[in-house]
Design a protein around this ligand. Sequence first.
Ligand code: MSP
Length: 638
Amino acid sequence: MKEERERKGEEAVYLTTPIYYVNDKPHIGHAYTTIAADVLARFHRSLGRHVFFLTGVDEHGQKVEKAARARGISPQDHCDEMAPRFAELWKRLCISNDAFIRTTDPRHKRIVQEALRKLHERNLIVQRDFEGWYCTPCERYWTEKDAPDSTCPDCRRPLELLKEKNYFFLMSRYAGRIRKAVESGEMEIIPASRKNEVLGFLEQGLGDLCISRPKKRLSWGVPLPFDEDYVTYVWFDALLNYVSGPQFLGESLARSAGIESWWPAYAHLIGKDILTTHCVYWPAMLSALDIPLPRRVVAHGWWNFSGEKMSKSRGNVVDPLRLFEEYGGEDERCAVDAFRYFVVGEVTFGLDGTFSLEAFERRWTANLSNDIGNLYSRFQSLTGKILGGAVNSVPVPEDAAVMERYREAMESFRFHDACSEAVAFARTLNQYIQERAPWSHREEAPSVLARVAAGLRILTVLLHPMMPRSMALAAERIGLRDLSLKTVLEPFPAVVTKGAPIFPRPHRRAPDGPAEKKSVPAEKTEREWATLDDVKKLDLKIAVVKQAERVKGADRLLKLNVDLGREERTIVAGIAESYAPEELVGRRIVLAANLKPARIRGIESQGMLLAAPLPTGRERKLSLITTDGEPEPGAEVR
Ligand code: MSP
């Protein structure tokens, strides 16, 4: 199977996320890695590559045992209840993982035990007396050098001096091998700052790794196959999911070929806090087991909440499900996709980021509602009105460059750059429509809209990995069936379908209870107010209609001559379907008098009258804003 793929020049792309501890509810930190992996998986699939995307849960260890005990239930029951919460969140988030691994799966445990037996037989796991400073909550030993004050460098809680016999994996033997692999790029570490961190860690000298826990202290783990008084250290068990998963969960994809089809992994995506386990322990384990190293480990940064570290005790953990309820209502498609887009588009993958509702709403409004959503709506309405709803797209050669930059960004894990490329492209298309004004230069409209259609195909395909459901909807609206990146530069027959905007602006429904209402950030409400200066910028004046006539060839337009007191002006107004010209003469209207003049149908329109839409089913579509009483022409509206 593998050879067959290689022959075809196709690549197998095996992608992983960390497996998440089930001691906690899933939050934005977990969602982040999983969304990034999903974006990547969808991108590679759209290039026609074979992808195996694995995620799952880490169910053993002290933290899980403690969480279960605190709830008065067995660890297995606790896991059986918690694991589906992750799976459920991934479903709501539209995560396209091919498999979901649980480390309590007997097939995984068997593979862990086989690995332990193999290393024990080769004398790479040995028993030793051990005394060390142990942090129970973090479940790890510290050296005196790392913790001179006997407090845990991670959680700052007091350490205990423990003395016990334990089993050690002779990890120190692999220091040279790992260093070489990292330096040569055999196992890439991205970003470079993390690579240096790993090399620095190796520089300090590598010890052996304690891979057992006495059952009397911790019973919730995979039993050592050669000593029943011990269970396996949770990380030794957890890391092996990356090679056990494809063996028993990849069957449907890899058929009988098992791990051979997928390994070495294309990328392990992780958070920066679990760098050492993935870039030192894991390659040492693999080397000892004669398994090639993963091709790369990509570490992302940490999400803070409004400037603070996120933590349960601070109560500032972002729960994505809650966010979807608050912003989504009945149809959460838009909120889910905005969240996916926000987390990958907001920060450079690798750096820390700050989550705030304000930033979330800002990006949603600016990029999704304005730049992208409006573009589809404009295309839809212009093509509908001017061309009867269909146009054959005509691609332009320059667009290949956008595609290439996007592709390069995705292949280098610069998701935020990929998003920026797509948004910048949407802006270019918007600007192009604005400049070519197909509504007033109708003879050019077919070629302008054909070019926009080709652009929209590209935009839809580029954004599909980030926002799968919304872009599938966008594709439907323009009659695009093929979302593959391989064919994105080809023409297609665009056929538009009407519908509600793809990205309405964010609207946060106040969650139940008064406490939450208070938590709406002040900036949010303030941001929506205009200042007095903003209002004063508009020069609204009373004008009296002197003459009115239809504009030839345009069903909706009237040309009006209006009296503004000291001057007369000509304006073109889109109210012909609601008012006959003769009805208007002598009426007072409100005119936006400082609107920049624009040529409409060859007539210079020097202002805009105000009107409001009427409910459907009425005789008129629009209602003219007029006056109560008879203010003088030219009077200022305040
Ligand atoms: N079970 C281990 C991983 C084993 S992988 C073989 C574990 N689990 S975890 O649930 O604690 O964390 C999993 C991932 O979530 C880590 O990559 C971590 O970086 C990420 N995040 C947890 N909180 C986070 C933020 N606040 N921000 C970004 N990611 C963070 O570690």
